[in-house]
Ligand binder design. Structure first.
Ligand code: SF4
Length: 111
């Protein structure tokens, strides 16, 4: 019996049998992926982290370039069947807003 669920996209190419996912707890919001593959990635408004907007938004080589050049290596091809679980888990992640700055520490102080 096949392990297919019937929900897999048939987008062509070996990698496209997988899905793209950004680990937003690691992403630093530099925006490089959204510039490289702008129909695939965008920066979400709440925390300024990258997220996949369309699994088939750009050519595979452009997407792969975005993955390969991400400075913190937080974009991955995942099993398509795991995507829903990963996206559900993302809703409960604690992500620090990049705009929040801690009060600067004065050198020599103990706080
Ligand atoms: S290139 Fe990487 S670190 Fe930069 S926004 Fe995209 S996923 Fe985040």
């Amino acid at each position: 019996m096949s392990d297919r669920s019937g929900f897999e996209p048939e987008l062509g190419g070996d990698l496209r049998q997988n899905a793209l996912f950004v680990d937003e707890t690691v992403c630093i919001g530099c925006g490089h992926c959204a510039h490289t593959a702008s129909s695939t990635f965008f920066l979400e408004e709440d925390y300024g982290r990258a997220r996949v907007i369309a699994q088939d938004g750009d050519e595979e080589d452009l997407v792969q370039e975005a993955i390969d050049t991400c400075p913190v290596d937080c974009i991955a091809w995942v099993n398509y069947n795991d995507l829903n679980k990963l996206e559900e888990a993302r809703k409960h992640q604690i992500i620090q807003n990049l705009a929040i700055q801690k009060k600067p520490r004065v050198l020599g102080s103990k706080k």
